[in-house]
Design a binder for this molecule. Sequence first.
Ligand SMILES: [Zn+2]
Length: 211
Amino acid sequence: MRFHDISVTVTSMLPTWPGDPKVELDRVEKIEEGANANVSRVAMGVHTGTHVDAPYHFLEDGTTVDTLPLDILIGSVQVVDLGDQVDLITADVLQKASIIPGVSRILFKTRNSQIWERGETEFQTSFVGISADGAEYLVSKGIQLVGIDYLSIAPYKNSRPTHQILLNAKVIIIEGLDLSNVKAGVYQLVCLPLKLGGSDGAPARTVLIEQ
Ligand SMILES: [Zn+2]
C-alpha cells in the first residue's frame, strides 16, 4: 500500500482567492520564551488550500460542510490526467477523456498541478476549470465527487454556473489538490474536511491510497 498526500501545505505563503482572507499562522506561546508549551493560532478562509465546497457555498438553502456524507468522501476514485493542452474542461473534453463507466468519484489532473510544483505564491487566474456543460455532463454520468488541482472547480471569470450545477446535484467538490506527483489511475480516496459547524467549506487533508 502506498500513500500519496495530495493536500497542499497551509502556510502564510499560500495563494488565496482575491478578496478571501490571507492565511495567518503564528505561534502565540513559545517554549523559548518561558511558556509551558508551543501553541499556534490560525486565521484563514475556509476555502484555503486543499478544501471541500459544501452546497451552502453557492446555494442559500444548501447543506453545510459538517453534514457531508463520509461514504462519498471516502472510496474508490479515478484520477484523470488531461495533460497540459486542455484550458477548459468541457463536455467535449470529458467525452474523450476515457472516464471509466460507472465511476462515481473523479479527480482531474491538469496543467494546474505545475503551479504547485513551481511553488507559486501569487494567485493565478489562468487556471483550468470545468465549464457549465462539463459540469452537466458529470452530473448526467452520476458523478458524486469531483476534484481539481487549483483553487476553483470553475474558470476564474465564471465561477457560479459550474458550482451551482454540481452543488445542486449534491456533487461534493474538492479544490486545491496537488496532483503533480500522481499518475492517472484508480486509487482509494480519503478526504476529511474539518467538521466546521454550519460552514460553506472546510480545509481537507486529502490522501490517495494506491493498492
Ligand atoms: Zn471552495
